[in-house]
Design a protein around this ligand. Sequence first.
Ligand SMILES: Cc1cc2nc3c(=O)[nH]c(=O)nc-3n(C[C@H](O)[C@H](O)[C@H](O)COP(=O)(O)O)c2cc1C
Length: 166
Amino acid sequence: MNPIFERQSVRKFLDKEVSETQIENLLKAGMQAPSACNQQAWEFIVINDKKDMIEISEMHRFAKPAGEASKLIVVLGNLKEARLEYMIEQDLGACCENILLQATYEGLGAVWLGFHPIEDRCLKIRKYLNIPDYCIPFAVICVGYPAIDSDVKLRYDDVKVHYGRY
Ligand SMILES: Cc1cc2nc3c(=O)[nH]c(=O)nc-3n(C[C@H](O)[C@H](O)[C@H](O)COP(=O)(O)O)c2cc1C
């Protein structure tokens, strides 16, 4: 299986626990991502308390899946650790994608909930989880066993590809 072509956002989950080992595998995949100057300025908060998950699910109107997942991974960017701060969003994006792909590989479902750079979303999660001001609350990844069937469509579109010059 090539998880790149199997991955899809999963927003409905079965009532089944994802193990700590599986979460650790997702974190290992996240930390294996490329980063500018190999700065690896990511940190993570793993959430498995139902009350916290419900609170996070109410932080914005597209965050509902957080209330149904087995666990959440909050992906943070630590600005104190970043040598190239202006690259950190790209590093964290690669990190999130690795987590999603590993989830697919493990037979899990996941969805990326956007927080950074939307200020009110960041304020809410920062306050609720006690995230220090030198850390960016970049995204929340909801993880669980999928309660939906696979419906992945290939997106390759040769109109978007330019060879040699635009
Ligand atoms: C930066 C970013 C922010 C996203 N934010 C949300 C979100 O807040 N809620 C949500 O349900 N999905 C969110 N998604 C998932 C996208 O909606 C999803 O990736 C897109 O519709 C394509 O579908 P697919 O992931 O199944 O291929 C986000 C994805 C990215 C990359």
